[in-house]
Design a protein around this ligand. Structure first.
Ligand SMILES: Nc1nc2c(c(=O)[nH]1)N(C=O)[C@@H](CNc1ccc(C(=O)N[C@@H](CCC(=O)O)C(=O)O)cc1)CN2
Ligand SMILES: Nc1nc2c(ncn2[C@@H]2O[C@H](COP(=O)(O)OP(=O)(O)OP(=O)(O)O)[C@@H](O)[C@H]2O)c(=O)[nH]1
Ligand SMILES: [Mg+2]
Length: 460
């Protein structure tokens, strides 16, 4: 039972022109009336829903704390589904904290992180994956990421899940009839039809799972690490890609000691670019630590940009390193092509590292960088991939539930093939149906739901 009224600052921390205190619950208007005086002294309760009223926030002694606007949204037609009053105040943190304190003293309880969204969920205004999409939207790193989140907020993923659950229930209904009335004569699905229906859903889930890699990258960024021997131009490439002089560049090998991490928007793909200490044998303690960090960065990377310089060409060490990784995880950058001599052959390097991709670039003259960007995009998104009009799976929780649902369907499918009794198949189908329900929150335990909302930000 939800019976208390909660409140929190819902706008960004720090100085802003306007900040909002949100109050939600059955007592929202009574509580707001204690701290807010409209110009005409009328109660907010008399206001029509979705109207805004000018007035002042006052303390218990009637002293004016702020000049403010009160927006009222009466349940069930509000974000949470409850009565909501928003006090739109001046945005300073001191003022907002003071107003919040007054609201709490007037009878509201401080909201927990994600509690407004949780109430919206519990009141059936949103399902769990839609609520999660709100957080994805807030945390999106690029416009494309925000777009993908908006389509999930509008029910993109939920609708697909609901459709699969409905189809699974339909199949189960056929099987249940068979279990309950085995003697009776009614249209049964042939094993062929049954198997086909099950595998169609499993295939759909499979396709959805394929979008996880792109979705995750859109959400968390593509971890891309520049590595290679000292002095080949890793830091220069970082600077050239970012178009700012971020890392120190010198002609002394061993210039970079630490991992430098910068965010970069590559045509909608958020790239987390890391520059590292050049790899070499060293006795220098600082450099040794740097090398250790390089190794860690490489382990975590989605994409390795292995830098060589054309002057020194490719060595056996370079080759040994490169061949440790699959060729979709690594792009070789042959840098300093501005120093290229006439007789040099690109083919030689290409042949030597085939089937790995090689790009000939110059950080100094900014040659080949556009092509490199296109290549990176190509590695992670198929051609013609439109980020905005596809449902992208971007959440590990959703992915794992889908994997479980798919496994259960596969097991049901095997059951059909092995002519198992209907109730065996039905058990697998039910399990798949339940796993899908975890995504929308319909079949999740309360404590797991609580835990998910507690990861949301304060005031959301
Ligand atoms: N001031 C303010 N701005 C905000 C929010 C908010 O809570 N307050 N939002 C919150 O995060 C987002 C908007 N989301 C919202 C979603 C539903 C409803 C709502 O009241 N829906 C009702 C009424 C719709 C109508 O009048 O047609 C409904 O669906 O029944 C309000 C905001 C972004 N902007
Ligand atoms: N001609 C030419 N020189 C370059 C190019 N890229 C880098 N350099 C020079 O190569 C030297 C080393 O560049 P850095 O970017 O510091 O190399 P690094 O790989 O980061 O080196 P460490 O941090 O020591 O591992 C500097 O003198 C750069 O000016 C290029 O494309 N062409
Ligand atoms: Mg460097």
């Amino acid at each position: 039972m939800i019976n208390d009224t909660i409140a929190a600052i819902t706008t960004a921390m720090g100085a802003a022109s306007v900040g909002i205190i949100r109050i939600s619950g059955s007592e929202a208007s009574e509580i707001a009336d204690k701290v807010f005086r409209s110009k005409k002294g009328r109660s907010l309760k008399e206001k029509k829903t979705y109207t805004i009223t000018y007035g002042h926030v006052v303390d218990e002694e009637g002293k004016v704390v702020d000049e403010a606007l009160a927006l009222v949204m009466w349940g069930p037609h509000s974000f949470t589904g409850e009565n909501v009053v928003e006090l739109q105040c001046h945005g300073g943190m001191v003022i907002l904290r003071k107003v919040l304190e007054l609201v709490i003293r007037a009878g509201a309880r401080l909201a927990e992180p994600g509690e407004f969204s949780k109430r919206a969920f519990l009141n059936g205004r949103l399902d769990l994956s839609q609520a999660e999409a709100i957080m994805d939207m807030i945390n999106a790193m690029t416009e494309e990421g925000a777009q993908a989140a908006v389509s999930n907020l509008q029910g993109g993923l939920s609708n697909i899940i609901k459709e699969y659950r409905k189809q699974i229930l339909e199949i189960m209904a056929y099987l249940e009839a068979d279990i309950d009335f085995p003697e009776e004569d009614f249209t049964r699905l042939t094993p062929g039809e049954l198997g086909l229906r099950i595998s169609q859903i499993a295939d759909g889930i499979h396709d959805l799972l394929q979008t996880f890699r792109s979705g995750r990258i859109l959400r968390e960024g593509l971890k891309t690490v520049l590595i290679g021997k000292p002095n080949v131009g890793k830091s220069s490439l970082l600077n050239a890609l970012l178009k700012v002089k971020r890392a120190i560049v010198t002609d002394i090998p061993g210039t970079t000691r630490d991992v430098i991490e910068e965010y970069y928007n590559l045509g909608g793909i958020p790239l987390v670019l890391m520059d590292t200490a050049g790899i070499r044998e060293t006795e220098d303690i600082v450099e040794k630590i740097g090398m250790e960090k390089t190794r860690e960065a490489v382990e975590e990377a989605d994409l390795i940009l292995y830098v060589l310089d054309i002057v020194h060409g490719i060595t056996e060490d370079d080759e040994a390193f490169i061949r440790r990784y699959p060729n979709d995880k690594i792009i070789i950058l042959a840098n300093k092509i501005d120093l290229l001599k006439e007789e040099f052959s690109e083919e030689k390097i290409r042949e030597r590292v085939a089937p790995y991709r090689v790009h000939f670039v110059s950080a100094k003259e900014e040659i080949g960088l556009k092509e490199l960007e296109e290549e990176i995009k190509g590695v992670f998104f198929e051609n013609g991939f439109n980020l905005s009009d596809k449902i992208l799976l971007n959440n590990v929780r959703h992915k794992e539930a889908l994997e479980r649902a798919k496994r259960a369907l596969e097991s049901a499918h095997r059951g059909v093939e092995d002519n198992l009794p209907s109730d065996f198949i039905s058990i697998d189908l039910r399990s798949s149906w339940e796993h899908l329900g975890e995504i929308t929150g319909e079949t999740l335990e309360e404590d797991i739901i609580d835990q998910i909302f507690s990861q949301f930000c304060l005031g959301k």
